[in-house]
Design a protein around this ligand. Structure first.
Ligand code: NAD
Length: 476
């Protein structure tokens, strides 16, 4: 990357940090004003953003974008505004006996970290840039955002509007490809939030480590659906179909593969197929159904299906309108269910991130639990069924970023639940009070009373009886 671009990023960071430092302490009303401006930016230009996203994808329903990117982002802002006074409260903490009687006091203050970098992906381009921004601002920070180069129009609009609603030392959007992204992730931020693939997440963490920049990594993974015997397969199928088909499966929390009782596989597959047909009678000329974002991703998905077919999978295409996809040239593809899969297939090795759904079968549900435990810890895990005991067995014996029972994805939309992965699906989380804390520094403050505590505690030389007595007391 040209050196002047790097200089520009470094200068911007310096400028933001100087403004941050000069403005402290900043009133909560200023933080709220910034959140309100971010909400206004999104809301007042919602229609334009939705159109830009549709053009970036090839096709993406305006209504879907209004819900998943515009409303979801404004909702995150509203939630922050409503809760931030409570989140930001100083917390009194107890001190050891008898220090309290002597007037000692301890507290935790949640203070802003400074300038936070936000690196975001293309699949929900606005929500995943401006959603975290709401909490970054609630915690009193400044922000630099680098959105994805894959959704170029949306990113440009974000950059233009941010200049209108914010001064560059408050919030700035930087556009550019992987080189700019790499330079961005090597800046000495006070914190860096990255949402994207596990592979890029590794690079981001490596770059951040050079400056010991703390990171929040919101990554992907293979989120399983475990269907219990007691599940209502028709209802479950419909819910899985909704979660898998929205944004054409390009959702970090999309159900990646399904684990079903061996003798109920046909019912499970029929449930999902019927769910798809009910919501999408056709796909090609249906604006409700999104395209795959780029040729590269489209080819990757086609390759995944061919690889599975070649290795013995049974391929079931769910094509409700009997449409011809071969020459459609729109990067749209039907849901493709893969039966009889194994770990030799790329579909069972990589995050799918598209409308392909492998199905595995079990004789006993513990086989599904063992399979999950033998693989990377997923971002989400879904259990369907009415059997509470089995549900608890599945939940208490597996680990995942989050869980929804009897549906998929929904836990992310609960504003008061933390959202994040674990291990290869990410670290740290945002949303709820956890997000506020993630972007704050929990500063420990201790107030020493007038009385000579060091002497009383035996810390002061010359050491002698008082010291021995104090040590013995602590260990008693
Ligand atoms: P990606 O990792 O390719 O790109 C994400 C961002 O990283 C982009 O802004 C890109 O410019 C930047 N980038 C590219 N190369 C980089 C480098 N060398 N150093 C630093 N940054 C670099 O991800 P994507 O394809 O845009 O998004 C899809 C992935 O994101 C999927 O794996 C999905 O599961 C994951 N995802 C996770 C969440 C979550 O909240 N956990 C949400 C959405 C998507």
């Amino acid at each position: 990357m040209a050196d002047d671009r790097r200089d520009e990023l470094e200068a911007l960071l310096r400028r933001q940090r100087e403004a941050f430092t000069a403005s402290r302490p900043e009133a909560m009303s200023m933080r709220k004003d910034r959140i309100k401006r971010a909400m206004a930016l999104v809301k007042e230009h919602g229609e334009n953003f939705a159109k830009a996203m549709s053009a970036d994808f090839g096709n993406r329903a305006i209504e879907q974008s209004l819900l998943t990117d515009i409303a979801a982002t404004v909702g995150a802002g509203k939630h922050a505004l409503k809760n931030m006074d409570k989140w930001a409260k100083r917390e009194k903490r107890p001190v050891q006996f008898p220090l309290g009687l002597l007037g000692a006091k301890a507290e935790v203050r949640y203070e802003p970290k400074g300038v936070i970098g936000i690196l975001s992906p293309w699949n929900f381009p606005l929500q995943l840039a401006f959603g975290p921004l709401m909490q970054v601002l609630a915690a009193g920070n400044r922000a630099m955002i680098k959105p994805s180069e894959f959704t170029e129009r949306t990113s440009l609009l974000m950059a233009e509007l941010t200049e209108e609603y914010f001064t560059p030392d408050e919030v700035a959007v930087i556009t550019g490809g992987p080189e700019v992204a790499a330079a961005f992730s090597s800046l000495p931020f006070d914190h860096l939030v990255f949402t994207g693939s596990t592979a890029t997440g590794r690079r981001v963490m490596e770059a951040a480590s050079k400056n010991l920049v703390p990171v929040t990594l919101e990554l992907g993974g293979k989120s399983p659906v475990i269907m219990g015997r007691s599940a209502d397969f028709a209802k479950a199928g419909e819910r899985i179909a909704l979660g898998k088909m929205m944004n054409a499966g390009q959702i970090c929390l999309a159900p990646d593969y399904m684990y079903v009782p061996e003798d109920m596989q046909d019912e499970a597959v029929a449930g999902v197929s019927n769910g798809v047909s009910a919501m999408y009678p056709t796909l090609l000329e249906n604006d409700d159904y999104a395209s795959i974002v780029s040729d590269r991703h489209f080819e990757r998905l086609q390759g995944m299906i061919e690889d599975a077919r070649g290795k013995g999978a049974e391929v079931v295409e769910v094509n409700p309108g009997n449409e011809d996809f071969s020459n459609a040239n729109q990067r749209k593809m039907p849901l493709t269910i893969l039966k009889n899969v194994n770990d030799e297939m790329t579909a069972m090795q990589e995050e799918i991130f598209g409308p392909v759904l492998p199905v595995k079968t079990y004789k006993a549900v513990d086989q599904a639990v063992d399979y999950v435990n033998e693989h990377d810890r997923p971002l989400g895990l879904y259990y369907f069924g009415d059997d509470r005991e089995e549900q608890e067995r599945v939940l208490t014996r597996t680990i995942s970023g989050g869980v929804t029972t009897n549906d998929v994805i929904f836990h992310v939309s609960m504003e008061d639940l933390p959202f994040g992965g674990v291990g290869p699906s990410g670290m740290g989380s945002y949303h709820a009070i956890e997000g506020f804390k993630e972007f704050s520094h929990a500063r420990a403050v201790y107030h020493q009373p007038k009385i000579d505590i060091a002497k009383l505690g035996g810390f002061k030389p010359p050491y002698g009886k008082a010291t021995e007595k104090a040590a013995a007391n602590i260990m008693k």
